[in-house]
Design a binder for this molecule. Structure first.
Ligand code: FEO
Length: 396
């Protein structure tokens, strides 16, 4: 089979990883992923845009050999090894090829892949490179996903090669997005896990590319967008300051006490018209939790006391939420203890990256009783009032 054709003389030559279950040894990949690499044959020069994870190097090489090309440039948009890890092999096969990248990415590639200085050609932000009848423009877009990331715009064909930016961890036989709902969900999960910590700088990067005339977005993970509005509108929504009338409750319960509190709070919030997403931390997929954090206004972390502090899974959820930096506006803690502990201080102390107001916790002794349930009702009232004050609940 020859490589799929995106447009005349523009080919997808990457690899689909149907079986990969984890990324960075932490992020679950329920739908696998792909490492997209693209070949552009100009009338004078040929460029390869990004490569593939080293585990899929053979597939990339096979795809290139079928096309019978000589590669002049390897464009490296991002130094992470799932895109750069096969550059060494391509340089070996094409001894005259140069790696075209930013100075920052060059330094990282030298450190990570031990590529020698003489194999690089560096480009500045906004610089163009002619392939004859096709022109590549390089635009620095830092922190989507690392500090060196850039995107490459093919001017004549109006294609944005965006690497991680706008990607999705999705192994699919569809070269292009066919099922927009399915891809939207995968892209949202990807945004939540990979991009959300950089929400503010993504706002700047979106501004930077907004005047480009883009007909196709070709990321380096997941299907290609022929309708870029789908992913651009989604990103504008996710990176905006707006949150939804939603409360996320990551919880864990050893003997049912915390669960009873969580169930009461869930019902109280539902009764008041708030959407609630509980996540049982003994079995939850952290990608699902991350995705829920994209839109939520409030998080309530629920935990029993273990020794003198929160359950370690609750600590993990708090730490993860903190590093993902969602646009949450409020946070609180509920849970119980037997003889003491400092659960509230320890959990809220882990949320220092977040710009949240802390709502008074409900930490009770033993199994909840009448007054304890009233405190949970009061917490639900307070959440609703704060959502109203912030105009999160409109016209209610
Ligand atoms: Fe897909 Fe940041 O690498």
């Amino acid at each position: 089979m020859t490589s799929p054709i995106i447009k005349p003389r523009i080919y997808a030559v990457g690899a689909i990883d149907w079986d990969r279950l984890l990324f960075d040894e932490i992020i679950p990949l329920p739908d696998g992923t792909s490492y997209n690499s693209y070949l552009i044959k100009g009338l004078e020069k040929t460029a390869l845009i990004d490569t593939v994870d080293p585990t899929k190097e053979r597939e990339l090489v096979n795809n290139l050999q079928k096309l019978d090309v000589k590669i002049d440039y390897i464009i490296s948009n991002h130094a992470e090894q799932d895109h750069s890890g096969s550059i060494g092999k391509i340089l070996e096969l094409y001894p005259d090829a140069k790696v075209v990248t930013s100075p920052k990415c060059k330094d990282m590639l030298k450190d990570l892949l031990l590529i020698s200085e003489d194999r690089f050609h560096t480009v500045i932000d906004g610089e163009v490179l002619s392939l004859g009848d096709k022109t590549l423009k390089f635009i620095y877009t830092p922190w989507v996903h690392w500090p060196e990331t850039m995107v490459t715009y093919l001017e004549e064909e109006k294609i944005l090669f965006s690497c991680d930016f706008f990607g999705s961890h999705l192994a699919s036989s569809d070269l292009f997005v066919m099922d927009e709902t399915y891809v939207y969900r995968a892209a949202k999960r990807y945004y939540a896990e990979i991009m959300m910590p950089f929400r503010k700088i993504i706002q700047v990067n979106m501004e930077k590319i907004k005047d480009l005339d883009i007909e196709i977005v070709a990321p380096s993970h997941g299907p290609i967008y022929k309708n870029p509005r789908l992913i651009f509108d989604a990103y504008r929504d996710w990176i905006s300051e707006d949150t939804k009338n939603e409360v996320i409750i990551p919880y864990i319960s050893m003997h049912g006490t915390t669960r009873t509190m969580v169930e009461h709070l869930i019902n109280a919030l539902i009764t008041k018209g708030v959407k609630v997403r509980p996540f049982n931390l003994s079995k939850t997929d952290i990608g699902e939790l991350a995705m829920a954090l994209v839109d939520a206004s409030t998080i309530v972390i629920a935990s029993p006391t273990v020794l003198t502090g929160p359950h370690p899974n609750a600590v993990y959820a708090a730490y993860l939420t903190n590093v993902l930096r969602p646009k949450l506006k409020f946070a609180s803690v509920i849970g119980s203890y037997g003889w003491g502990g400092r659960m509230f201080e320890q959990i809220t102390g882990l949320l220092n990256n977040l710009n949240v107001k802390i709502i008074d916790p409900v930490i009770i002794k033993g199994f909840p009783k009448g007054d304890d349930f009233k405190k949970l009702d009061k917490l639900a009232d307070e959440i609703v009032n704060k959502h109203k004050d912030q105009n999160i609940i409109k016209n209610s």
